[in-house]
Design a protein around this ligand. Sequence first.
Ligand code: UDP
Length: 464
Amino acid sequence: RKTGPLKILFLSSDTGGGHRASAEALANQFQRLFPGTTYDLFDIWTDVDSSWPYYTIKDTYKSFSATPWKWRTLYHVSNNVVYSKLADLHSYYMNEEKIFEKLEEYNPDVIVSVHPTMNYVPLFSARKLSEKNGKDIPFFTVVTDFGSGHCTWFNKDVDKMYLASKPIKAIAQVRCGVPDEKIVMSGLPIRYDFAKQADAMGDRTTPEGKAHQAKIREGLEIDTNKRMVLVVGGGEGVGSLSDIVNEIYAKLRTQGVDATICVICGRNEKLKADLETRCWDTVVSQSLKSYESLKSRLYTRLLKLHATRSRRIQLALDRAAARAEKGDVAATPGKVDVVPLGFVKNMAEYMVAADVLVTKAGPGTIAEAAAVGLPIMVTSHLPGQEAGNVDIVLNGGFGDFCEDPETIALEIACWLQESHLLDDMSRKAMKVGHPHAAEEIALDIGETAHAWIERNSMKRNNKL
Ligand code: UDP
């Protein structure tokens, strides 16, 4: 029932890398499914001469997300219906006309918002434009958060809303009153590369899956006889990545695990340069000195964990703790390489090549890993919306959450020595993953938009 090309306007902002990545994944699918489709990406706050504080959105995100207490305060103060209504009204009075002009200038067939702050004023402008031109412009929201989301995402007046998890659906319905018929449960829209890789690899625990992984590793010039750990610092390469890499290196060496650690530093050039010149022998001797304090921390953590973790992960941790207590160091040290990388475009290949992902709780990165069955160690999260992403990993049983670099490293060393545990987590990840989400959302939006535009133009013709 697909039909012709559409002119699509995405509403997004570069507050983190995930919104743009989702918009591009969707745009790519629209062009594949509806050939001839054109699109543009519009940041309603910085592409027009908007008022304070809206034009500072990217800088505010950057500075607040680097300071968790500031982010926590902003998130929790603003995450309620009263605050968001006031913000909507304020931004409407200050900026609606400018946003309307921009929409009129672009004259889209369809508007797709992939940003929590772009679901009220632009919807109002879109409806006004439809009235003025007699051309109906359907408006869709694709929520790019995974486990929880800010209430500004959920405007019950949009035409349809695409959500990736049950906790998000509960917020949309219970807190924000979005009617059931407007909600479509979909995965998070991720790049087509992930769908292609997931299809080619199938289940990574099978011989066919392993053969595909080996082929991808060869292409990336990564040793096929070692384990591979992928450490991702997000688009901007934030987080205590440097300490985490040091500890993973040291623990894999001392536990005798042969591995390649690929570190994606994103746009953090300094970290990349640092890792390229680091003296790894010093890193190992420093890490051994702190082994003693690790034992007690590990036990405290184990006590806290027992209620929440899957049984297998818990057992692996028990074994790690027992080893740490003995001060266990393998007779033959592991052969470990560190490969520092900048911003990579072929993330899907790196995720297929890896055995374990170490990352902050970015929704896009978690959805991508799940799509290719990759177990995850989550090392940090932004307070608020990213906390729900940690729950997706823990409740899904395909990884763990830990902030202490040494414990992270010891746990990873355990996982890599337990193929059954890795396979189990991988299969659980695949249950949560949704590699074809972007394609399914684009098809549904495209077909809904065509049906909607057709129906409304018939209605208008009948009236005439
Ligand atoms: N990413 C990438 N190359 C890199 C680093 C990150 O393509 O070198 C992508 C990653 O695959 C994901 C996005 O950047 O799609 C980050 O989005 P996420 O939602 O995980 O985090 P955010 O940056 O939005 O907080």
